[in-house]
Write a protein that binds this ligand. Structure first.
Ligand code: SAM
Ligand code: SF4
Length: 328
């Protein structure tokens, strides 16, 4: 079957696969009250076999990159086996993860040996007290050690996700720039997104990435071209800095035009948009190897419903109560 494509001629090279909803952090914009199980006790997350089948179907239809996310993906006890399972698909040249960094110092070398090719770690503040206040966990040092451990393990670059928040970190650009001056870190400012549970926080703290972009350009930072399976970040470089800055601005006009990713939730539903409605059940087709053809067809057919853009501007966040269940 050919590459997954939607009615707007967008091709999908990139799958974001959530492998758990569970998280041990309580980020103010995501799970301020911590993880609370929903959906009763019967809810179970995709098994290794199900992950093998779903990733095989995507790989057969043009997917080149898979990001493992959550919740906190590294809380899965079989996380190393999950990476090895995804690696069985030779078409997947990039196996990435997004993590809060809690287990990195301990485990990152094993993840790399299993086949992980890139890593994003979330750090919203370089001040240990503020980091604690935002995440509910006093783990700033541990996360910094984790980043060092990633370089030691052989990653030549680490991406850091920083949710941009007015009054919290939007005045800290220089501190972040000093930090990446001699480190091969791509620090990506993500605009705070409105979720069902995060309305008040959004009103209080949302600020456009434009303020950062203007300052970067004034300081001589230049925009870099991106490859086709890359995310939507606008990436900037500067000759005096080893690190780079990325800007992810979902509220900017045309943000959706370059959409190249699909999402599968930890319970095996296909989501066509981070802020879409519902989700298409795939799990019934993940129970045996013989359903591959039908699985690919269901995904391809579902894509016919993909909308041209999200409706965040109208305050319509779809079913997305918070980003922990679908991985951001
Ligand atoms: N637990 C992992 C982590 O925090 O990196 C992976 C899952 S987390 C949902 C993925 C990314 O989404 C993180 O970088 C997080 O900062 C970001 N995120 C969560 N809620 C957000 C929101 N309301 N707006 C913008 N980014 C958000
Ligand atoms: Fe957990 Fe990541 Fe959400 Fe923070 S952003 S609460 S680390 S899932």
């Amino acid at each position: 079957m050919s590459t997954f494509t939607d009615p707007w001629e967008r091709k999908f090279y990139y799958l974001r696969l959530s492998i758990t909803d569970v998280c041990n952090f309580r980020c103010s914009y995501c799970l301020p009250d911590g993880y609370r199980p929903t959906g009763g006790n019967n809810k179970s997350f995709l098994t290794l076999d199900e992950i093998r089948r779903v990733t095989r179907a995507f790989a057969a239809c043009g997917t080149e990159k898979i990001r493992l996310t959550g919740g906190e993906p590294s809380l899965r006890r079989d996380f190393v086996e999950i990476i090895e399972t995804v690696r069985q698909n030779p078409e997947i040249s990039n196996i990435a993860m997004t993590t809060n960094g809690y287990r990195m110092a301990r485990d990152v070398a094993r993840w790399r040996a299993a086949g992980l090719t890139s890593i994003n770690v979330s750090v919203d503040s370089l001040d240990a007290n503020q980091f604690h206040a935002i995440t509910g966990q006093d783990k700033f040092r541990q996360v910094m050690d984790g980043i060092d451990a990633a370089f030691t393990a052989g990653f030549d670059k680490v991406k850091v996700n920083t949710v941009l928040m007015r009054g919290i970190n939007h005045h800290s650009l220089q501190t972040f720039l000093d930090w990446i001056k001699h480190r091969p870190i791509q620090l990506r400012f993500i605009e705070l997104m409105e979720t069902g549970e995060g309305r008040d926080l959004f009103r209080q703290h949302h600020v456009s990435g434009e303020v950062i972009r203007e300052r970067l350009v004034a300081m001589g930072w230049q925009r870099r071209d991106q490859e086709r399976s890359a995310g939507p970040a606008q990436v900037f470089f500067h000759p005096d800095y080893l690190g780079e800055i990325g800007l992810i601005m979902p509220y900017e006009k045309n943000f959706c035009a370059s959409c190249n990713r699909l999402r599968v939730s930890a319970t095996g539903k296909l989501h066509l948009c981070l802020f879409g409605d519902g989700g298409i059940v795939l799990r019934d087709l993940l129970q045996s190897d013989s359903s591959q053809q039908e699985l690919q067809e269901r995904i391809a057919h579902s894509l016919l419903q993909k909308k041209q853009t999200h409706f965040l501007h109208q305050g319509n966040t779809g079913i997305t109560q918070n980003l922990s269940f679908i991985g951001g």
